[in-house]
Design a protein around this ligand. Structure first.
Ligand code: ADP
Ligand code: ZN
Length: 439
């Protein structure tokens, strides 16, 4: 059965109601955290704020921030707000930026999370007649578990593939006629590439939509995936600390992701001063959970940089929208004093006809940053003369310079020589870390 929303009364509620729901839930969540989480109680006491000072979301700014370092310091139980016997699940971050963080869930928390994923699936057109192939990693990583649970809630036939074994993914996709694909965008691109190699055309598969997230990807990459798989590609955002994927999801308008505001309050702050910034301003995304039991987080700094908007959306959903993260404040590299995001490099590659298979290597030699990008050449260029290849490297270098303001050294490498990722792609190797440089 085709339906427009998973929970229509919530997803389309008026702005006044959203505020009312958030006001009420916030007061309760703050009291609950203060009473049950000693670590955060200390932070509140230090700031001189008590639960009775919080009457609604207008008082949110009074609360102290929580950072990833707090989660690491409190590891493993320091932020747990309920008795362990009430918890049914642990998940852990993928550790993109180093150390892992663990999050705990009660059955209620799992339910809310799966609802969020179900909303994302329905927004992408998923129904109980669909076959949903989940090739996000299962296990500690939240991708597999989240979309798996969401797919069950929608009632679609779930293929719990997990990541990897691309030949088997393709065999099941074809034999069982999968219609919805869930994985990281880099893996979706790889599946598309492998299908082509095996001689399949985009119209040979039954896929209609994909839900891709967990890592940054560009509009160019979206177009690429849509073309190679013959589908509409939807973005999904989330982080383990808050539950997992489904904190925000894209609708058919594809102009940003609706944040599930009945469960999370989003703020944008200036990452340097902590000041709250108005809608439409770029800054760091901060989340407050509203009804979590095991691992509630107040004013958690995600380090993801984005912009929020309340412009009316043609899908009818009223939840605030976030742009794709424009990079993580900690994903940003500072190379020779210039801020560089991998997403900028990816955009240049795709605009110049290259596949998004690349690796950035940064080092420091004689006190100067070196900046190299390995890029897989197009297959038609493989037989080019050395001079021809050098010219193409120069061309690409020029395009990078225009985008980034600094000159990388480009190395065109043979097709398929950069290792493919089945989960999150490793795009950056920053060797300066060995020198103890805080990058
Ligand atoms: P980590 O990668 O920090 O170990 P997670 O596996 O929970 O932990 O990943 C959460 C992070 O992944 C987010 O904070 C964000 O940086 C990134 N992320 C998730 N979804 C998206 C998306 N759709 N676009 C860009 N980045 C995303
Ligand atoms: Zn919408």
């Amino acid at each position: 059965m085709q339906r427009k929303y998973f929970q229509p009364e919530i997803e389309t509620m008026s702005a006044d109601w959203i505020k009312r729901v958030q006001d009420e839930k916030l007061v309760k969540q703050v009291r609950y955290v203060y009473d049950n989480v000693e670590y955060y109680r200390h932070l509140m006491d230090e700031k001189g704020v008590k639960p009775e000072d919080i009457h609604g979301i207008d008082d949110l700014h009074k609360l102290p921030f929580l950072k990833k370092d707090d989660l690491r310091e409190a590891y493993p139980y320091g932020l747990l707000a309920t008795d362990m016997k009430n918890c049914v699940r642990i998940q852990s971050t993928s550790g993109t930026t180093g150390k892992r963080v663990v999050a705990f869930y009660t059955q209620h928390d799992v339910d809310l999370w799966e609802d969020c994923c179900a909303r994302a699936l329905v927004a992408a057109g998923c129904t109980n007649e669909d076959v949903c192939q989940v090739c996000y990693g299962y296990g500690l990583f939240t991708g597999g578990a989240g979309l798996h649970g969401g797919s069950h809630k929608v009632g679609s036939l779930t293929l719990p593939m997990s990541s990897g074994n691309t030949d088997r993914q393709i065999q099941f996709m074809m034999d069982l006629e999968s219609t919805i694909l869930c994985c990281t965008p880099s893996y979706a691109a790889y599946i598309g590439e492998t299908l082509k190699e095996k001689g399949y055309k985009p119209e040979d598969n039954k896929l209609k939509a994909g839900i891709f997230g967990a890592e940054p990807w560009t509009e160019e990459m979206r177009r690429d995936i849509e073309k190679s798989l013959g589908i509409k590609a939807y973005d999904i955002y989330g982080l383990t600390e808050l539950s997992g994927p489904g904190v925000a999801f894209e609708c058919e308008e594809q102009t940003g992701m609706h944040i599930n505001e009945d469960h999370f309050i989003a703020e944008i702050i200036d990452p340097d001063t902590g000041e709250v910034l108005p809608l439409g301003t770029k800054g760091e995304l901060v989340f407050t959970s509203l009804d979590k039991e095991a691992f509630p987080l107040l004013r958690y700094r995600t380090r993801d940089i984005c912009v929020l908007s309340r412009e009316k959306c043609s899908c009818g959903r009223t939840f605030v929208k976030m742009t794709k993260p424009l990079g993580r404040s900690d994903d940003m590299m500072i190379i020779r004093g210039v801020n560089v995001f991998p997403s900028q490099i990816e955009a240049v590659l795709l605009n110049n006809g290259y596949a998004p298979n690349y690796q950035i290597i940064v080092d420091r030699v004689n006190n100067t940053d070196t900046f190299d990008i390995n890029v897989e050449m197009k297959s038609e260029d493989f037989s080019d003369t050395p001079k021809g290849i050098t010219n193409k490297e120069k061309e690409l270098q020029g395009a990078m310079k225009t985008m980034l303001g600094i000159n990388p050294k480009i190395h065109l490498v043979p097709p398929k020589s950069i290792e493919r990722s089945e989960g999150k792609a490793v795009r950056v190797i920053d060797k300066r870390k060995r020198l103890g440089i805080n990058v």
